[in-house]
Design a protein around this ligand. Sequence first.
Ligand SMILES: [Ca+2]
Ligand SMILES: [Ca+2]
Length: 114
Amino acid sequence: MTGATSEWLRVRVLEANESVVGQKLKVTITLQPANQTNFDLFVFVNKGSDVIECSDLAGSSMETLSKPDTVSVSWGEGSVANGDDDHRWVSIEVRHKTGECDTTKKWTLTVKGN
Ligand SMILES: [Ca+2]
Ligand SMILES: [Ca+2]
């Protein structure tokens, strides 16, 4: 995804592993700002239940000007499967930090599962 202003985004992470051996779900979110811009990254996940979360912060990154911000969050079962779907909504806030909001200077957000 790309954008040029502060923005809220939402991603659905699905558990697709039915093995009896447990595996945590993990999502890594990277925000690459354009040159000479600074946005920060805030990630919200309700690890306990499958609801849309917007206040319980699971991770954040506030690097300085032009540096990429990265947040990794994991949840779900331990070494033994829990026999339940650990699908979750991940709410992502891209927050403008400093400088002007120049619509020609776009940030790029990448979301990667496990
Ligand atoms: Ca930043
Ligand atoms: Ca599970």
